[in-house]
Design a protein around this ligand. Structure first.
Ligand code: GSH
Length: 219
């Protein structure tokens, strides 16, 4: 039975899961979450009442959370590109970096973007300032961490890089990465050149007007 992915192309967490699907050429049916397809949205909301996407459906199985979807694909639909190393200690490193990108890059960038989408009287300048500060610290840490590295862990593309790609992509649009952090910029460029992520970025190009802070004319 073909996998189904409930997703939107412009969503960073959906792109994270798409990278893993594209890396291994795993076939799936897009279930496009958009106002043009209310019936698909209703199905999705029924499957996962928390209404956060992406959601993967494999037969009777409903898999939520981008990292878990990638781990699920690694276990049940493995391909030549291994999303986690077999060695448990190396796998722990991959999961650590995956948490870093979700919690310290994606979460603050979503807070800033989310703030821009709110009505003016519900803006949260304090929360935005905290998010910007967290991003600054995360960028600085990552620049030191990436010294001598190509990919996030052990120079092998993994789950952690799937998380890194969309989070650094949108983070730089949201709170620009200091040009002095050359290793973060180089890593972001390397991720943009990876064919799986380049494809996800291209598929989302037509939605750039949705970016509430104004998408820059690059990438
Ligand atoms: N922890 C979730 C986060 C998913 C998430 O926040 N997705 C966003 C799209 S990038 C979403 O569902 N937004 C809809 C909303 O906030 O109502 C994951 O890792 O998949």
């Amino acid at each position: 039975m073909t996998l189904k992915l409930y997703a939107h192309p412009f969503s960073s967490y959906c792109q994270k899961a798409l990278i893993a699907l594209y890396e291994n050429g795993i076939a799936f049916d897009w279930q496009m979450l958009s106002p043009d397809h209310p019936e698909i949205y209703a199905e999705f909301a029924d499957l996962w009442p928390l209404k956060r996407f992406p959601v993967l459906v494999d037969g009777e199985r409903v898999v939520t959370e981008a990292s878990i979807i990638i781990e699920y694909l690694h276990l049940y639909h493995p391909g030549p590109v291994r999303m986690l190393p077999d060695a448990p200690k190396a796998a722990l490193e991959v999961r650590h970096l995956d948490r870093f990108f979700d919690n310290y890059i994606s979460a603050p960038l979503q807070a800033i973007v989310g703030n821009a989408l709110r009505p003016a009287h519900q803006h949260d300048p304090y929360g935005v300032a905290q998010a910007r500060c967290l991003l600054e610290n995360a960028y600085a840490w990552l620049d030191r961490y990436m010294d001598g590295r190509t990919w996030a862990v052990d120079d092998t593309f993994s789950l952690a890089d799937c998380g890194a790609a969309p989070s650094l992509f949108y983070a730089d649009w949201t709170h620009p990465i200091d040009p002095a952090l050359t290793r973060v910029h180089a890593y972001r460029r390397r991720l943009l050149e990876r064919p799986s992520f380049a494809r996800a970025v291209d598929e989302a190009r037509t939605y750039r007007a949705l970016f509430p802070l104004g998408a820059p004319d690059r990438d």
